[in-house]
Design a protein around this ligand. Structure first.
Ligand code: SF4
Length: 241
């Protein structure tokens, strides 16, 4: 059986976290403000009609062929399988040492069946922690009351179904353009994903990645860099938080 590929966490996440990824944008049916896609064959990056801030995962996919290839291989292995077959494949591919697993550094729950397959896998390993950011809020809402305790979901704002976040009181994560914006919204800024897998309150993420030249996101990122913000792939933390 061909297995799915997992990775170890980067500087932001730490090596104790294992990650799983799919192609950015191509597997994100409800992405809106973040939507960007790297061409599968290295054609570069394309932003969506409503892109407000460019998906950081799409940028790394456009840059590195090996990253792109792994994500597409994962996607191809899963697409077209039923719930049980997807759950079996994920289960067989899970690294045995993984105690904390981030579902998708790149990509999202691309179908209800795929979302349900992960629920099955989480139920099989109650001693492990799984977590995800998702704009596929609709699939989550369809399973309210059936989410295993060890799956920590964070609704990622900026998708096509944001209204479901507030109407269902879901924990959420939001990209902000400044410390002031986070403060005004009463949210803490996360630096290492601990808010995503170990806390219950909604939180903010500072704008990061590579943003389109001249965009509001790009200007905000420059202002933050002037204050010492190095982005999430750098171990040095923002001096102001
Ligand atoms: S949902 Fe996530 S992976 Fe998909 S395009 Fe948006 S930021 Fe990128």
């Amino acid at each position: 059986m061909n297995r799915l590929k997992f990775n170890r966490g980067n500087a932001k996440l730490g090596k104790q976290i294992y990650t799983f990824s799919l192609p950015a944008g191509h597997s994100c049916p409800f992405a809106k403000e973040c939507l960007s896609k790297a061409g599968r064959n290295g054609e570069g990056i394309q932003d969506g009609k409503h892109t407000r801030f460019r998906c950081f995962a799409a940028s790394s996919e456009a840059q590195y062929e090996v990253v792109r290839a792994q994500r597409w291989e994962n996607f191809e292995l899963l697409k077209g399988l039923g719930i049980d077959a997807m759950a079996s494949l994920i289960d067989a591919s899970l690294p045995t040492k993984a105690k904390i697993i981030r579902i998708h550094v790149s990509g999202d729950f691309f179908s209800q069946n795929y979302f349900d397959a992960w629920l099955k896998v989480c139920e099989r390993y109650p001693e492990r922690v799984f977590y995800a950011y998702t704009k596929s809020v609709k699939f989550w809402v369809n399973r309210l009351g059936k989410i295993p305790e060890n799956l920590k979901l964070n609704a990622s704002r900026g998708g096509t179904h944001d209204s479901l976040i507030d109407s269902n009181g879901l924990k959420s994560a939001e990209v902000v353009f400044s410390h002031e914006e986070a403060k005004k919204k009463g949210m803490e800024i996360d630096h290492d994903d601990s808010h995503a897998y170990a806390k219950d309150d909604s939180f903010a993420l500072l704008i990061h990645g590579t943003q389109p030249a001249g965009s509001e996101a790009s200007k905000a990122l420059s202002a933050l860099k002037a204050l010492g913000w190095k982005g999430y792939s750098n171990k040095r933390k923002d001096k102001r938080s």
